[in-house]
Design a binder for this molecule. Structure first.
Ligand SMILES: [Zn+2]
Ligand SMILES: [Zn+2]
Ligand SMILES: [Zn+2]
Ligand SMILES: [Zn+2]
Length: 413
């Protein structure tokens, strides 16, 4: 099984991101880059099922496959920016779409990767979705929805621009375009180390513990979690103490790369085995077999990627506000066959599953952020202690397990 690709958020180096078919960036937020230049997704496709407002692009991947129908392939994940909607009914708050083109298509030259046709969809000037609606007065401002038109009129610059264009003058609007998008970052990938054969995280994969790279700076912390995990297992069996084994495994795995915002693990061949997401809790998991089949070809959908809680920090979501956006992880499952329905549609909807850290689902990301910070501080402290002790470390590795301040061990009591 191939290694998991970890995605990290980076500020674009040369200003706002751009794209061509030869250089199609994976990204977070901002306006969507449409693989199919003639057909942008419509606001109706990405309307929040709770507040009925237009969702924003959370991230998109360019993931070409070795199949004629999916020579070019992009996956889009949208979500409502209002955390209150997610608390009310999260299933109405996400939409994932697959878009693909064969090698020979009307839009891109196969050898050069250049645009063959200049025809482009009109795009909403606020959000970049299909902009087939427009300002009735100037007929010069495309929008995806009445919602965004009103927003641009009442809070944005369009009222001033529209008035100026009616009188033939050029406008210097005083108001800025309202923010309806997530901030934009480039998504840069890197292979996860130390888990080359163990992308699965099902209950039977405990032996992955034996694949830890030796000599990592995080080893003392990881060893400790490993011990906790073993203890926890006994506790569960003997006293049914409430310990979340999946959470411990999750913490341990992401500690090595705590800045990861995405885990990508698609296996495109049908006979698998297919990876599972790295679940954040024992509660609210979904079995691969429970992912509903593709509505177009009736074939199975398999896990493709998951969004990590660290993305909330990158997007500067304030965990402590009541309506903060929140998740433990968001997993996307896609049609294994990369089917292209005969109606020629440009967007095939895929399946999204959200999991929280705890059953009640409150303050989850805050809890995780705190746990993560605590764990990182601990690792830093242990690493610096290890450095201080490095002269004697060779004589006795046992010393590294002693309490950092040299006092008597609390566990001896
Ligand atoms: Zn909403
Ligand atoms: Zn719009
Ligand atoms: Zn206008
Ligand atoms: Zn399908």
């Amino acid at each position: 099984m191939p290694a998991v690709q970890l995605g990290f958020a980076e500020q674009p180096e040369d200003g706002p991101l751009s794209f061509s078919i030869g250089d199609f960036p994976d990204k977070i937020g901002g306006r969507p880059f449409w693989l199919n230049p003639r057909h942008a997704a419509k606001a109706e496709d990405v309307t929040c099922g709770v507040c009925e407002k237009t969702m924003a692009l959370l991230l998109q991947f360019y993931t070409p496959e070795d199949e004629p129908e999916a020579y070019h392939r992009v996956l889009y994940l949208f979500c409502c920016r209002n955390g209150a909607c997610h608390r009310t009914r999260w299933k109405g708050c996400f939409k994932a779409f697959r878009s693909q083109l064969p090698e020979f298509n009307p839009y891109y030259n196969p050898s050069e990767g250049e645009a063959l046709c200049a025809v482009k969809a009109r795009l909403c000037q606020l959000c970049g979705l299909d902009g087939s609606k427009q300002c009735a007065r100037c007929k010069n401002a495309p929008y995806c929805s009445r919602d965004h038109q009103i927003l641009d009129w009442t809070q944005g610059p369009h009222k001033e621009i529209c008035a100026a264009s009616a009188s033939g003058a050029s406008a210097t609007p005083t108001r800025k375009t309202p923010t309806v998008l997530f901030p934009e970052f480039e998504l840069v990938s890197e292979e996860e180390q130390g888990h080359a054969t163990s992308a699965a995280n099902d209950e039977g994969s405990d032996h992955e513990d034996e694949e830890e790279p030796a000599g990592s700076a995080l080893t003392p912390e990881l060893e400790k979690i490993k011990i906790d995990e073993a203890d926890a297992h006994e506790d569960i069996e003997e006293t049914e103490v409430d310990v979340d084994k999946a959470f411990l495994r999750f913490q341990k795995r992401i500690l090595k790369e705590p800045e990861q915002v995405v885990r990508y693990a698609r296996v495109s061949y049908a006979d698998g085995p297919h990876p599972e997401p790295l679940w954040v809790s024992d509660n609210g998991k979904m079995a691969q077999s429970d992912a509903p089949p593709c509505p177009h070809c009736s074939g199975p959908r398999v896990f493709e990627f998951q969004v990590m809680p660290q993305l909330l920090n990158v997007l500067e979501i304030n965990h402590y506000t009541a309506d903060a956006l929140d998740w433990g992880t968001v997993a996307v499952y896609s049609c294994i066959a990369n089917c292209q329905p005969s109606d020629g549609r440009a967007y095939m909807e895929e399946f999204v599953w959200r999991q929280m850290f705890s059953e009640h689902g409150m303050g989850d990301s805050a809890k995780a952020a705190l746990a993560r910070d605590a764990a990182l501080k601990k690792v830093t402290a242990e690493t610096s202690t290890a450095v201080e002790n490095s002269t004697s470390a060779e004589e006795s590795s046992v010393k590294n397990d002693a309490p950092t301040s040299g006092g008597s061990s609390p566990s001896a009591a």
